[in-house]
Design a binder for this molecule. Structure first.
Ligand code: COA
Length: 309
């Protein structure tokens, strides 16, 4: 059984930018409070889950330099599908001109890591080339009158092409987890807005990120000192800070883009990961720890050995 290797990536953010000052006109909040409590300065709003997915996927396909016809599976992570039926991956597949199996994965903000791990399962049973996308348009399920949630959520997309390789590949260890008894802490009914117990989500998030990150590292036979870069879910810089401190990973070995993006759910880890790669922060052989958490509550982490495409 072989593994997988990323041969190209792409990201997409809507053009429209909403700053903290813009929000302070819409509700009783201010830039200082949002910056101090979350680390977020601005976020991008707009587009559909399909349109953002197509944009990031086109960039990934172009960077990989592959024929779209050679892609034999599409896994789209999203918690904000454009329709209840069919899966948004169907529209994305059609727009990209792919002829392959396509399905959505919904594990909220842990979704991209879930999709990335699931893709490796498909490679292990014979798939050759997969397109993995993480996209969310949380602005469509955000109550723009609720200052407890509207300051956090936004839209974006990140995608990568993962090729099957005969060796063990890049994925050295992984952990997927969920605790459905905590569903009430963060949810949106079909057609409704997000409801959240912010304080409790914060508390649980730190604990489950640390727990999941440690499990993945143990499965990979590695320790925190081996981690070159930690790519955490971009929800709140204080959550990232607390989780990384407990894991023993300093902030200068952590990727953050949330000051620019807000919480983009499925897109947050690929946006931060590929931003770090584009800034030259990753070299061959570096160990990357992806670690996410989200509604459910879900958790997901993966230890990846970086190989420059
Ligand atoms: N602007 C200004 N003041 C605000 C505010 C806002 N947007 N939101 C809340 N406040 C006020 C509160 O009313 C409260 O005032 P009080 O002390 O007079 O009652 C004070 O600020 C503190 O509010 P609190 O809710 O205790 O803030 P917090 O430090 O817990 O931060 C969150 C709130 C939402 C930023 C934080 O709990 C959080 O990030 N939680 C995790 C959420 C998350 O990551 N969700 C996604 C998971 S994938």
């Amino acid at each position: 059984m072989g593994g997988g290797r990323i041969i190209g990536w792409g990201t997409a953010l809507p053009e429209k930018v909403l700053t903290n000052d813009d929000l302070s006109v819409m509700m009783d909040t201010n830039d200082e409070w949002i910056t101090e409590r979350t680390g977020i300065k601005r976020r991008h709003i707009g587009g559909s889950t399909a349109s953002l997915s197509v944009e990031s996927a086109r960039r990934a396909i172009s960077m990989a330099g592959v024929d779209p016809a050679s892609i034999d599976g599409l896994v789209l992570s999203t918690t904000t599908p454009d329709r209840t039926v069919p899966a948004t991956s169907a529209a994305v597949q059609h727009a990209l001109g792919l002829r392959c199996g396509a399905f959505d994965v919904n594990a909220a903000c842990s979704g991209f890591v879930y999709a990335y791990v699931v893709a490796h399962g498909l490679l292990a049973i014979g798939a050759k080339r997969l397109l993995v996308i993480g996209t969310d348009t949380l602005s469509r399920v955000t109550d723009w009158g609720d200052r407890g949630t509207a300051i956090l959520f936004a839209d974006g997309s990140g995608a990568c092409i993962v090729d099957g390789v005969p060796d063990a590949g890049q994925l050295l260890g992984w952990d997927l987890d969920a605790d459905g008894s905590l569903e009430h802490l963060l949810y949106a009914e079909v057609g409704g807005y997000i409801h959240m117990d912010g304080k409790e989500v914060f508390r649980r998030a730190v604990r489950i990120m640390v727990d999941s990150g440690r499990k993945s590292l143990a499965k990979a036979g590695l320790g925190v000192d081996d981690v070159t870069l930690c790519v955490p879910h971009q929800a709140n810089v204080r959550i990232i800070d607390a989780a990384c401190r407990q894991l023993g990973i300093p902030m200068d070995r952590t990727a953050t883009v949330l000051h620019e993006t807000g919480n983009t759910s499925s897109a947050s880890i690929p946006l931060a990961w590929f931003d770090a790669a584009e800034r030259g922060r990753l070299n061959n052989g570096d160990i990357v720890l992806l670690v996410g958490f989200g509604a459910g509550m879900t958790a997901a982490s993966a230890v990846v050995e970086w190989r420059q495409p």
